[in-house]
Design a protein around this ligand. Structure first.
Ligand SMILES: NC(=O)c1ccc[n+]([C@@H]2O[C@H](COP(=O)([O-])OP(=O)(O)OC[C@H]3O[C@@H](n4cnc5c(N)ncnc54)[C@H](O)[C@@H]3O)[C@@H](O)[C@H]2O)c1
Length: 277
């Protein structure tokens, strides 16, 4: 038998690029941090969880072939203007530029806020603070450096929205649904403003993925969650959505593969939104 030809190395789709990922210490953000680094990006993990953030940076750096530091953690609460400014400035001062902002940090409303009458105003504000105000600050500071050429000109801003921005209503708290619609509205408005600066702005809207957020909200373990969402509720059968799939969608929008794609809300929902329309 003839030997196999060696596999071609994967094309590094973010080679030389610098990315800030908010909420990058866990869940979907952590998966994106690993994938972006594998594709050659320098990644700044901006999160409020120092321990997982540092451990993830170490894991990513130890997997780099020449021992080069591809990832770093910076403490950043996205609801605090100075923190977000600092995270973006840290990316520029360490790596000289910013090419990608993945605004991913997000929180779910409390499970007992499904009905408007029982929705706690403080919880509503908390969700909007992180999901909307935090996304605004991430975009504002990313645009600030991308527009002044510290991004080397141009750039990509990607927001993590949710499939609740499509046509699936009634199963998720009002604060969360409204906040993700606001994120998509911000994305579309920014796409128009920043197009003149060569900055692309898009969002990813995933169906349910088992993470601390979704497992905590549903109160299910991973097995029950998968059975509920992929076995029963989901449209596309025989396949499960994982964090890596969502990271691939963000990678596409962040990379030159999407060089003329701006203003889209990329649904990664296996057609669920059409099924429930
Ligand atoms: N998991 C899902 O099913 C799902 C589906 C659709 C959209 N999303 C969205 O994806 C994003 C990530 O969600 P996840 O499921 O990975 O959640 P997660 O809870 O697993 O991770 C969220 C991360 O964000 C960080 N974070 C929270 N508040 C922050 C703040 N104020 N400042 C900085 N970082 C903060 C957390 O520390 C954590 O590392 C969120 O925007 C969420 O709304 C998730």
């Amino acid at each position: 038998m003839k030997g196999f030809a060696p596999l071609a190395p994967i094309a590094k789709r973010l080679q030389g690029k610098v990315a800030v990922i908010t909420g990058g210490a866990a869940g979907l953000g952590a998966s994106a941090a690993r994938l972006f680094a594998r594709h050659g990006a320098k990644v700044v993990i901006a999160d409020i969880q120092p321990e997982p953030g540092r451990l993830l940076s170490e894991e990513i750096n130890s997997s780099q072939s020449h021992g080069t530091a591809a990832a770093s953690y910076v403490h950043c609460d996205v609801t605090v203007d100075a923190d977000v400014r600092n995270a973006v400035d840290a990316a520029v001062s360490t790596h000289g530029r910013l090419d990608v902002m993945l605004s991913n940090a997000g929180v779910m409303a409390r499970p007992d806020t499904m009905a408007i009458a029982s929705t706690d105003p403080d919880d509503f504000r908390r969700v909007f603070d992180v999901n909307v105000y935090g996304a605004f600050l991430a975009a504002k500071h990313a645009a600030r450096v991308m527009m002044t050429g510290q991004g080397g000109g141009g750039g990509a801003i990607v927001f993590m929205a949710s499939n609740v921005t499509a046509t699936s209503y009634g199963t998720t708290p009002h604060a969360y649904v409204a906040s993700k619609h606001a994120v998509v509205g911000l994305m579309r408005n920014l796409c128009v403003e920043l197009g003149g600066n060569g900055i692309r702005v898009n969002s990813v809207s995933p169906f349910a993925v088992p993470t601390a957020m979704s497992l905590g909200f549903t109160g299910m373990d991973e097995t029950a969650f998968k059975e509920a969402y992929y076995g029963k509720t989901g449209n596309l059968k025989g396949v499960e959505l994982d964090a890596g799939d969502v990271a691939e969608a963000a990678l596409y929008l962040a990379s030159e593969d999407a060089k003329y794609v701006s203003g889209i809300n990329l649904l990664v929902d296996g057609g669920y939104s059409l099924k429930s329309a």
